[in-house]
Design a binder for this molecule. Structure first.
Ligand code: F3S
Length: 295
């Protein structure tokens, strides 16, 4: 059996950066919190708790002197102000790519553009972006939302949730182009998402069994599962190695592994190690990273 691991499986740069920051701050002392769970992965949140980084979900729980880490998704502008007004120390771990979107929507809304965000309105990143243009953006999650756009509007500036599906983005943009006299299009889909989706697409066509590892709450991991399932019927979605039923993998010649941007390397490695247990029954198992040449 051969195990093929997608090269970019697991943490993206923004998530890694946020977790590193949280761990560094925790080393300096107590009273460290993330504002909401740092990522959609229970194991990572629990691991941080064991190192002294707890979670505060509600701004009303924040007290003077708390060190509050803003996660990679970012938050609305008014929440920075409120956190500061409560006397907390803000440690900003917003991903720089998300920060860039905040800057764009703030500038362009002030310049008179109507901001359109293509993304999921319930996602914290989208709520955060909307909070940098006075929460006046039109949010489009699918083509059915396009009639929210006031056809009398002349100037619109369109940005995207960083993890939005690229194909869906292009089809929405094509519809919007016909409705606006002046349209500023800023494609803010993150390369990390695109890479993981492309690798999953390729890998799932080559293997007998595909394993997608990540939090059940993670939208980018769910998306990888959907992509994989469309090519490989034997796609399994697991959160940890413990959930893996080896009988579903046994007998496969090639097993592919991919993981969402919020899955730590050690969980991926645990899955690989668990599959290697099949070796005990004399089935030779080797693993390697694939798709290196696509960089
Ligand atoms: Fe940042 Fe892209 Fe990750 S926007 S948080 S590097 S998916």
């Amino acid at each position: 059996m051969e195990i093929l691991i997608a090269k970019n499986a697991g943490f993206c740069f923004g998530v890694q950066n946020a977790i590193d920051k949280a761990e560094r701050v925790a080393e300096e002392g107590r009273g460290v919190y993330t504002y909401g769970p740092i990522i959609h992965n229970r194991q990572v949140v629990e691991n941080l708790k064991s190192k002294g980084v707890d979670v505060k979900d509600d701004i009303d729980e924040v007290k003077e002197g708390d060190k509050i880490i803003i996660r990679s998704h970012g938050v609305p502008k008014k929440e920075y102000e409120e956190l500061a007004a409560r006397g907390s120390e803000i440690i900003d771990a917003t991903c720089p790519y998300v920060k860039h979107i905040h800057k764009v929507v703030e500038e362009k809304s002030k310049a008179g553009y109507k901001i359109v965000i293509i993304g999921d309105p319930s996602h914290p990143e989208v709520k955060g972006i909307n909070g940098w243009c006075d929460e006046k953006a039109v949010i489009i999650n699918g083509e059915e939302d396009i009639n929210k756009i006031d056809s009398k509007l002349h100037r619109i500036c369109v940005v995207s949730q960083t993890t939005f599906n690229e194909e869906k983005w292009y089809s929405i943009i094509c519809r919007l182009v016909r409705m606006a006299r002046e349209m500023l299009i800023i494609n803010t889909i993150c390369n990390a998402t695109e890479l993981r989706q492309k690798e999953t697409m390729e890998l799932s066509k080559q293997v007998d069994v595909m394993i997608v590892v990540g939090g059940k709450e993670s939208s980018n991991t769910r998306k990888l599962f959907e992509i994989s399932k469309s090519n490989c019927d034997n796609t399994i979605f697991i959160e940890t190695a413990e959930e893996l039923d080896l009988s579903l993998v046994k007998g496969a010649k090639k097993v592919g592994i991919t993981a969402g941007a919020s899955t730590p390397d050690y969980i991926i490695q645990n899955v690989v190690d668990k599959i290697k247990e099949i070796d005990v029954e004399n089935e030779k198992v080797s693993s390697k990273e694939v798709l290196k040449d696509n960089d």
